[in-house]
Design a protein around this ligand. Sequence first.
Ligand SMILES: Cc1cc2nc3c(=O)[nH]c(=O)nc-3n(C[C@H](O)[C@H](O)[C@H](O)COP(=O)(O)OP(=O)(O)OC[C@H]3O[C@@H](n4cnc5c(N)ncnc54)[C@H](O)[C@@H]3O)c2cc1C
Length: 806
Amino acid sequence: MGLALEGVKIIDLSRVLAGPFCTMILGDLGAEVIKIEHHQNGDETRFWGPPFVEGESAYYLCANRNKESMTLNLKAEEGKEVFRQLVKDADIVVQNFKTGTLDKWGLGYEQLNEWNSKIILASITGFGQSGPYKDLPGYDYIIQAMSGLMNITGEEAGSPMKVGVAISDVITGLYTCIGILSALQHRQHTGEGQEIDIALLDCQISALVNVASNYLVGQTEPKRLGNRHPNIAPYQVFTVADGEMVIAVGNDQQFARFCNILELAELINDKRYATNRSRVENRSSLIPILQRELLKNSKQNWKRLFDEHAIPNGPIHTISEMFNDPQVLAREMVIEGNHPHIPSLKLTGSPLKLSKSPVKVRHHPPLYGEQTAEILQRVGYTRAEIKEMKKKSSDIGGIMMMNFELTEEQESVKKLVRRFVDNEIMPNIQEWDRKQHFEPRILERLSELQLMGVCIPEQYGGAGMDYNTLAIVCEELERGDTAYRTAVSVHTGLNSMTLLQWGTEEQKQKYLVPQAKGVKIGAFGLTEPNAGSDVAAMNSTAKKDGDYYILNGSKTWISLCDVADHFLVFAKTDHDAAHKGITAFIVERTFAGVETKAIKGKLGIRAGNTGEVFLSDVKVPVANRLGEEGEGFKIAMSALDNGRFTVAAGAVGLIAASLEASVKYCHERKTFGKEIGKHQLVQQMIAKMTANLEISRLLVFKAGSLKNAGKRNTKETSLAKWIACDAAFEAANDAVQVHGAYGYSDEYPVERYLRNSKAPVIYEGTREIHTVMQGEYALGYREDKPLRNPLPSWPFEEEEVAIQQR
Ligand SMILES: Cc1cc2nc3c(=O)[nH]c(=O)nc-3n(C[C@H](O)[C@H](O)[C@H](O)COP(=O)(O)OP(=O)(O)OC[C@H]3O[C@@H](n4cnc5c(N)ncnc54)[C@H](O)[C@@H]3O)c2cc1C
């Protein structure tokens, strides 16, 4: 038995719900669906959870079976060429980018039609391809609000309420299906393809059916009726002896039978209730009479009586009750499929029961990019060409889910920083370190090279590169010296990225833009003399006084204390509320009452600037409060997710530097007639450095990839920071050992490495704090919840999603 849509080929560019739901239905009916996913991130619903099972999100699984997945960069020429090959013999393209996006990429309907005159392009947007709102993004929630649906949902005296699922997306998916099937039929008759313009708002308005008509015909504003029906009575939820049930009396005959069961026969011919119209008009007197009687019996007994007399009624199920209902099971509305990672994956069955061509689940919801290579082969690419494409993954994009190679852009940044370190830091660092001198010119040069805002979006003055490029910058800088890596860590990781994540637009314009350009320098003031690991023990206070907060207190061990123009300062707005009493502020050095003083005599970071910040009656405008009052602890911890990431990357650089210096020395120094590198115990130290370099770098890049994908990464970043910093300390220690007595003087750089390697094991969460965190994660005592403001995912300019229902 063939499937209804066998032979129909769909290229699915849609993400999230409406589009994928539509293409899943077409896939169920037999169409071949190729889901094209973003080459770095994939369908965003892959990250929407919990619940996740074996790494797959339940949300993604609900709308993506019977598809294959390939990844493609539609902005790159090579990606466009692959797309052209796919479209050439496709029937349908479905997309939900914002209006004009495909045209912008040169992939609009005109172009598709040139490649294939039979192509049908279904474009789903929030508001359609025309009208004043055509450029606005469409969110199911907004559509539920703007269509009037929320206003007619909920209790009469309550607030407007949204439906419990993304119903506007679902209805839009169904309408898109109808549009596509109609266009296929039209093509059958005429041979021509066409464009289908589907808007969430239009679909939801159309689905207002009688409510819309009530207004259009009756000219009265429909009201919220809770669980009642606007045009039928009694048709609502009733309370019975042991709970609630729905009774839906649809006509006068049913009403008569219903009254007899309730022993209220006198109502049948009562002119106030004899017809549906009179019952709707006299609902307020009728319902209490019925309700009184219904309280006298149980759900089960009423159900039996009503079923016997054909009165529509039903229990109000929970979802689990519904899925265990014999009727639901008999209709095969739960199906079990195969999945490479999830044994017996349960999915919702199809409601389309076709007698001659029944729907079939042929493919599990595909893994990200699962069939990329296979599909490329199908459209004619050779194995050699596919291999070549994999190498250039920045262009074709993510053919493999994991890519351990740097992109061309990352390689060129790495080379740039390495050259800069070799030419401008290495020749001077011994002297600066001896003199405990912080060289401000280095920060100016880093700004000129656009390295002070490397992962800040271009719209905020940064270079707009990905988060792993920041790691590469930190790794290479630490090779030179920890002082300048620390400067980037604090300025970009702890301060600028926190403004990016939590700042208002005004704060971003005022503080982030100059910081990203390196014109102003940012620092981070959390630690106090009595509050290090135990942040909530802080004593600094912020008291609201009109349009200002008055800040008092002192911060210690603050990197860049004498250099920074802006400080992120954390202070208690509510002293008794521990963590929840902490609030974050942007404080300018020029504010009256701010003073700083460097700490001298440090073990390491001698070429760096670290010290105290004193706050005496500092007037900070309310507009400089970052986030809400009491949100400071969360903001500080999310800042540390980024700071720790850069510290871990720096530690990778320190391991690399220790290894580089040790290998060089192994070939220079001879004992017992041979290079010391030939002694196995020396080799053991070198081997350990090599292994730890690789392990640490992988952990850092994993955390960076999660940041790029917009995923919470506290656990992974903490692990990277802990392991990399411990390994760097060990590597520097061994590097001194490899150098023998020469390693003990600053004639060789390794003694500085050892001194510099200690602070990162202390700051941004001590070794012990990270150990405890990892133990707690593993034991299930700690879990990360989504933040109110997540760090923006990368690429930053790709917020093209038209539909983002959550
Ligand atoms: C060079 C340098 C630069 C710094 N830069 C900044 C900066 O820019 N901004 C900023 O705000 N801060 C900065 N700090 C401060 C740094 O973050 C803190 O030093 C760090 O958080 C540890 O706090 P503490 O020194 O008070 O140690 P404590 O918290 O007093 O810890 C002392 C010891 O007790 C252990 N310990 C504490 N609590 C626990 C626990 N629950 N379980 C197990 N062991 C525990 C610790 O691991 C440590 O071994 C910097 C520090 C240094 C050294």
